[in-house]
Design a binder for this molecule. Sequence first.
Ligand code: ADP
Length: 502
Amino acid sequence: MSTAQREISTEQQVQTFLAEPRKMLINGQWVDSASGKTFQTFNPATGSILAEVAEGDREDINRAVAAARAAFDGGPWRRMTPSERGRAIWKLADLIEQHTEEFALLETLDNGKPLTISRAADVPLAVDLFRYMAGWATKVEGQTIPISVPYTPGAQYLAYTIREPIGVVGQIIPWNFPLLMAAWKLGPALATGCTIVLKPAEQTPLTALKLGELIAEAGIPDGVVNIVPGFGETAGASLAAHPDVDKVAFTGSTEVGRLIVQAAAGNLKKVTLELGGKSPNVVFKDANLERAIPGAASAIFFNHGQCCCAGSRLYVEQSVFDQVTEGIAEQAQKIKVGSGLDPATQMGPLVSDEQLNRVCGYLESGVAEGARTLAGGKKIGDAGYFVEPTVLVDTQPQMKVVREEIFGPVVVATPFKEPEEVLPVANDTIYGLAAGIWTRDIGKAHRLANELRAGTVWINCYNIFDAAMPFGGYKQSGWGREMGKEALELYTEVKAVCANLE
Ligand code: ADP
């Protein structure tokens, strides 16, 4: 099949998917919402309606949790060998890979990001995450523990730990990397043998629903993965509060993270949170500026700045400040902003009208508080949710644009004189998700990496992710970690067993 033919058939498949109201996945069945209600998801490049989607609410969450509970307590999932579970997860990865073009197109239509990026980053990273986690299914091990009980002299014991799946997990994900966030959440939960109710973001439910179509084909039993699209305040809140859910895993804003913690308090379910950020990116004068300038531009402009770890606070050593900021401004001006479907597009629209208004509000506040715009600063056109990549200078530490997460393509740049000055300002934030360092001095780089209060530190690179590398936040950027071995531990309970050997 030629590339052109393949593109036509992908487009037809996606059009067919979009033409029907999308249902929710409960206990292996595609069903309407209990209320019969649907909501609309929009194409952010045009503002037009993309698809109708079943609107989950409390009753749908109740049904999905009941299915997940039954699948956990009595279903075949826990009785399968770890190797069989691993193979099912691997098969899911293969199936996603086989449907790469459909996933990529759906993601671009629903989220707005360039098709080239969906194809090269979002889908392959999701595939790789499932493959990485498939390997872990057979390696969730306990330990044997030598014990020395003082009040039973002479007695011998065998003490060991078992890591068991935590149970029914509620997972609530955002709209910035819809498929990838579903993978980050589902992968470790499946590898450890949990069952799941996943709620995708209301702005971007489509790729998670498409993924749901592959669950049964991968050999994952009914009820293990349930997918309930709907709004945060209704479906999301019901899931976070549900008394029969053992753990809730959330990615989104710090504000909603707090609501999740409160909702989870009812049955003291376990909670992991991956929240906001306002990450510092530090460029020293001894950095390779040919790399640092495009690197710092990409740190903020990748995914339109809609990354929780975006390098949104740029600190540049005084003597190279103008060169670096002007270089980034020049890059910003060259970025081709447009529909994600256009192969020339480097930056698509923001995800929604609401997000556009939020980012524009920050741009206005920055200028009102005295910041100077070196590049960008405005909304683009009237159709779709486009905004210019923006560089702000002459900022002050207390400005809203410096303190608050904008979640858009807006970087604030501040000079520093001495290398020692930068650590306190870099750490001066309620967040602690990520940080970047650009220098040729490896001693300086690692000393600073040690001192930065951030879950990920990139040195001479930025936005490098891997399924094996844990990701998550210090301070108000969250609890726990995604990916890597750390994520698995957070989906297990540890049981200590002690046997008297007499
Ligand atoms: P944003 O403001 O960027 O859309 P949110 O934190 O509001 O980010 O959304 C992330 C996810 O959290 C979405 O799936 C959303 O539906 C969900 N959500 C929003 N509010 C709540 C809530 N009160 N309880 C549970 N989930 C929520």
